[in-house]
Design a protein around this ligand. Structure first.
Ligand SMILES: CC(=O)SCCNC(=O)CCNC(=O)[C@H](O)C(C)(C)COP(=O)(O)OP(=O)(O)OC[C@H]1O[C@@H](n2cnc3c(N)ncnc32)[C@H](O)[C@@H]1OP(=O)(O)O
Ligand SMILES: O=C([O-])CC(=O)C(=O)O
Length: 467
């Protein structure tokens, strides 16, 4: 056996491979980081990161510093970096499927967990391991298959993840009295299991809703994660497999403050296990201002095509967007709470379309025309902080091109991907021993009183009791 090689051991659900290499790397880097963190906290725990304004407290805590989150960082102009690598670097440096050009989800997960890409042999080990971890006990599959066809796929995803919660190794270890310094270990186990299982849950949901859930195509142990997911959905086009790999990689993580990551992080901070935490994150992703915007965005484009046919002009789009704004709705796929430029994830989607999709795809061309028209219209409102497209503006048109036209399913794809980021982050949160989250809240009355009081003191009328 090679040094990184698998170590076979018995677990509650039968025999599994256990990738020693990854766990050792994670353990080592957590220990190193822990030292840095302890020292930093001791030396600089009182250093100021800025002031908090009333506007931020009322306004969704926008840009307020408040979280330690290790796996990725967002820059308002350059977009997301995974462990310091932007998405172009991720795409370039990641191992690929044989003959492929897109990054592999399992390689991105390894990167998010450790800060490095796996070697070819580590990757192969890891693929096998994730494949084996992806199995779901028959009685749980049966439960997920019993969800009604009409239930929104995101509700099914959140419930499907919860249905697997009894398998949590963290919950069991906590119950058995694990020492707090070891929390990260069963969290790591659960995190990999959640990432492995979520695509199986998602495949069942797809067939629950749109097909026959007794005839789900089987996964193939020789294939990578993205290909297997696509295959289980019923897609055998190799270019679609490439799209799925890219899709999962670019949607995986977006630092800690976005709603799905933050909800996962918040719930995890109570030591609720990774299944409970991730399910909570998925409930947040299911909101139309967050992940559900990709469903909304495709609907927006199709409604526009329905109304105007395939001979729409840029003027038609402009008018359609103005009408949307006038009716008090948002334009899905545009704007962002942090980004102030075109989302690089949207550019990755356009690049994929340019490389693989014919120039006469009307829907892809509509996405591009929207990109030329919509920012000006939004800018003209004078209130939209970021008029540029986000990741959700482009993904649906690509999926449609390959025949995945069930757009109320799109956020489930996003959810599968998001598992890779937020679960990797949870391993780190437990590894660094982060405490329960509990920020301060105010009633409006308290806020008003506090501001009046501070104003009073500032103007020299108050008693300076604590000089
Ligand atoms: C994966 C992701 O989650 S990416 C985001 C996906 N969501 C969408 O695409 C939905 C459309 N976009 C939006 O609703 C917003 O831009 C958000 C939720 C993404 C960001 O929200 P905020 O940070 O509050 O945006 P911002 O500071 O620009 O908001 C100021 C005003 O502009 C409006 N605005 C922002 N974006 C848009 C838009 N795309 N269409 C219309 N109005 C918009 C806001 O609704 C707000 O209006 P109000 O003052 O009347 O309440
Ligand atoms: O960062 C955000 O607020 C939303 C977003 O784009 C994501 O979570 O991918």
């Amino acid at each position: 056996m090679k040094s990184f090689a698998r170590n076979l051991y018995q677990q509650q659900n039968g025999q599994r491979y256990f990738s020693v290499a990854l766990k050792k790397k994670v353990e080592h880097s957590i220990q190193e980081k822990q030292k840095v963190l302890n020292h930093f906290k001791k030396e600089h725990g009182n250093a100021k990161l800025g002031d908090v304004t009333v506007g931020q407290v009322i306004g969704g805590m926008r840009s307020m510093p408040g979280l330690l989150y290790e796996t990725s960082k967002l820059h308002h102009l350059d977009g997301i970096t995974y462990r310091g690598k932007d998405l172009y670097q991720v795409k370039e440096q990641s191992p690929k499927a044989p003959g492929g050009s897109e990054p592999l989800p399992e390689a991105a997960l390894w990167l998010l967990l450790t800060g490095e890409f796996p070697s070819q042999s580590e990757l192969q080990e890891f693929q096998t391991e994730l494949f084996n971890r992806g199995q779901i006990p028959a009685e749980i599959e049966k439960l997920i298959k019993s969800f009604p066809k009409t239930m929104h796929p995101m509700t099914q995803l959140s419930m499907g993840v919860l249905a697997c919660q009894p398998l949590s190794k963290f919950a069991k270890a906590y119950h058995d009295g694990i020492h707090k310094s070891k929390y990260w270990d069963p969290t790591f186990e659960d995190a990999l299991d959640v990432c492995a299982r979520v695509s199986r849950i998602a495949a069942i949901i797809f067939h629950n809703c749109y097909g026959d859930n007794n005839k789900i195509p089987t996964a193939d142990p020789a294939l990578d994660y993205g290909a297997n997911f696509a295959k289980q959905l019923g897609f055998n086009d190799k270019t679609f497999w490439e799209l799925m790999r890219l899709y999962i990689v670019i949607h995986a993580d977006h630092e800690g403050g976005n709603v799905s990551a933050h909800a996962t992080h918040l719930v995890g901070s109570t030591l609720a296990d990774p299944y409970l935490s991730f399910s909570a994150g998925m409930n947040g992703l299911a909101g139309p201002l967050h992940g559900l915007a990709n469903q909304e965005c495709l609907k927006f484009l199709l409604d526009l095509q329905d109304k105007l046919g395939k001979t729409w002009t840029e003027d038609d789009i402009r008018q359609y967007v103005k009408d949307t704004l006038a009716s008090g709705k948002v334009v899905p796929g545009y704007g962002h709470a942090v980004l102030r430029k075109t989302d690089p994830r949207f550019m990755c989607e356009l690049n994929f379309a340019d490389q693989f999709i014919s120039k006469d795809d009307n829907l892809v061309n509509l996405v591009k025309a929207c990109y030329r028209v919509i920012p000006n219209v939004l800018e003209a409102t004078g209130k939209v902080s970021n008029p540029w497209p986000n990741v959700d503006a482009g993904s649906g048109a690509l999926l449609m091109h390959y025949g995945l036209n069930q757009f109320d399913y799109y956020t489930v794809l996003f959810g599968v991907s998001r598992a890779f980021g937020v679960m990797a982050a949870q391993v780190w949160s437990r590894g660094l021993g982060l405490p329960i989250e509990r920020p301060n809240s105010f009633t409006l009355e308290h806020l008003i009183k506090k501001v009046e009081h501070d104003h009073h003191i500032h103007h020299g009328h108050g008693h300076h009791g604590h000089k």
